[in-house]
Design a protein around this ligand. Structure first.
Ligand code: ASP
Length: 427
């Protein structure tokens, strides 16, 4: 069986087992036993799995981007790639939120919602834009790494890479070391992917034992609207942009991206999925490391189209639930704030709600409104993270193709390639 099919099986079994346990513990007195299984098996294995994924993020981004930016060499080329990537990330996010606002205004999911039964939600204070900008530049690279501050790590790695190209023989031997280390880390990613079927089983079994589906029924229209826009964005917007710029088959891209999408769904975290995204776009999609090492970590941090979609629908939903009207200025403010908020926040589970609180504050809507939608947010988080990660992969491939750095032979050969087999020492 192919690895991605095994992961899919692990996911499906996890959901089924979780839902069964959820039902059993409701109707019988097996509660304590279920709680024990969830606490000591699913939670322990699931969290160890996430921890081991996260463990790879910082070394992988740093080492891989040093190699990538050293390979890129010329600064002009680097500037051009950075520009294209940023432009595409911001553009797709703005499109995502615009579709979300439009469809939410047609479907009207918030009309008639009872606002008295809200769960409580404490708003986060948004960082000032000025601080976000200054915060991109590290004062201490070790601290940036220990905090997992992705934008700072990216800046430092690029600097090291550029210096390597200018440092002659010393640069050459430093680069050799980094390249060897990069191969080792990629191998660690491969090892971890083989544990994934068990990891995702436990993550999803725990989640669905605790969540069940009841919350969805109360918020069906909201849930459906977000899901619909997510599907349109991935199925129409991404595929059109991709075909337009690359003239390649978007379905092949989706098939190649599949392992990363499954990880995104199971972990709800673009950040934790990043090692897999990087591995997948290089080894299955055929993107050169010099592009992927920059665009993937950047995307995991600043490109969150799925999250923007939830924010767009949620804003309209909350405004309607409280009977408040939003004008064009407010809608434009929502688009701008949601796009900018995604730059300053990393892709981890639930961060979308924090960003939403910034958006609501910006347009003067009640932040407590988040309490209305919090019940289904965990499930939506899984789906929007898939869109976030797919967007990172799509933009990465478009940029690589435009620079002549996409290996189309690899792209067109859809299979679980050799790099997933532990028998292969070098991939
Ligand atoms: N979980 C999302 C991600 O990691 C962020 C969010 O929407 O909460 O991309």
């Amino acid at each position: 069986m192919q690895l991605s099919s095994k992961i899919l099986l692990g996911m499906a079994l996890g959901i089924v087992v979780g839902l069964i346990l959820n039902m059993i513990s409701d109707v019988s007195d097996s509660g304590p036993l279920t709680a024990w299984v969830v606490e000591y098996i699913f939670d322990v294995v699931g969290r160890i799995f996430i921890a081991s994924l996260k463990l790879l993020v910082v070394p992988l981004v740093f080492v891989s981007l040093v190699c990538g930016s050293a390979a890129m060499g010329e600064n002009v080329k680097m500037g051009r790639i950075a520009f294209k990537t940023l432009a595409l990330y911001l553009f797709t996010t703005a499109v995502a939120i615009t579709i979300a606002l439009t469809l939410a205004n047609i479907i009207n999911p918030g009309i008639g919602i009872d606002t008295t039964a809200t769960a409580s939600y404490v708003a986060a204070t948004p960082p000032a834009f000025k601080d976000v900008l200054i915060g991109i530049f590290p004062t201490n690279p070790i601290q940036a790494m220990s905090d997992g501050n992705m934008l700072q790590i990216i800046v430092f790695a690029i600097l090291v890479g550029v210096a390597i190209t200018q440092a002659g023989a010393a640069g050459k031997s430093t680069l050799d070391g980094f390249q060897a280390f990069n191969d080792v880390i990629m191998r660690m990613v491969t090892i971890l992917m083989h544990l994934a079927p068990f990891g995702v089983f436990c993550l999803l079994a725990k989640l669905f034992t605790e969540e069940g589906f009841t919350a969805i029924f109360n918020l069906a229209l909201y849930f459906m609207t977000v899901t619909l826009v997510l599907l349109i964005h991935a199925g129409v917007v991404y595929t059109s942009i991709f075909s337009f710029f690359t003239r390649l088959n978007p379905l092949t891209l989706i098939k190649n991206m599949r392992p990363a999408m499954l990880f995104a769904f199971s972990t709800s975290s673009s950040n934790a999925t990043m090692p897999i995204t990087m591995n997948v776009v290089e080894k299955r999609v055929g993107v050169d490391n010099s592009i992927a090492s920059f665009t993937v970590p950047l995307g995991a941090t600043i490109n969150m189209d799925g999250t923007a979609i939830m924010q767009g629908v949620a804003t309209v939903f909350i405004a309607q639930a409280y009977g408040l009207d939003l004008g064009l200025t407010e809608y434009l403010a929502v688009i701008a704030t949601a796009t900018l908020a995604s730059v300053g926040t990393a892709g981890v589970p639930g961060v979308g709600l924090i960003m939403l609180s910034m958006v609501l504050q910006q347009v003067g809507l009640p932040v407590e409104g988040i309490g209305l939608i919090i019940g289904v947010d965990r499930l939506l988080d899984m789906m929007r993270t898939v869109v976030n990660v797919t967007g990172d992969g799509m933009v990465t491939t478009v940029v690589a193709k435009s620079e002549g750095l996409l290996d189309e032979e690899i792209f067109n050969e859809v299979s679980d390639r050799d790099e997933y087999s532990s028998a292969q020492p070098n991939s």
